[in-house]
Write a new protein. Structure first.
Length: 94
């Protein structure tokens, strides 16, 4: 039976500087387009968590991961099944 791991981060406690360091320039640009700072933070933490968790599972540097983005803004990574969910206060990766 397959197992599922769920990783989460509280946006208020997340290390934003670390999240920003592993994001691509395109991801940072998208974060800046959000009008409200809380939404920028939510996006950065979501991307940082995804990169950290998936990088660890794949034994690769988080910043080296190259995602494909769907028309709906959902990140995809070849060969990896994962899902992201977020609210302003909490983000999760499974």
């Amino acid at each position: 039976m397959p197992s599922v791991e769920v990783w989460y981060a509280l946006t208020a406690d997340a290390p934003l500087d670390l999240c920003r360091r592993v994001m691509t320039a395109e991801e940072e640009e998208r974060a800046r387009r959000f009008v409200f700072e809380k939404n920028q933070t939510e996006y950065r933490v979501t991307r940082g968590l995804a990169r950290g968790v998936l990088g660890r599972r794949l034994q690769r540097a988080p910043a080296s991961l190259r995602f494909t983005i769907t028309a709906y803004g959902q990140p995809l990574l070849d060969g990896v099944d994962f899902n992201l969910t977020n609210t302003v206060e909490l983000v999760a990766c499974a």
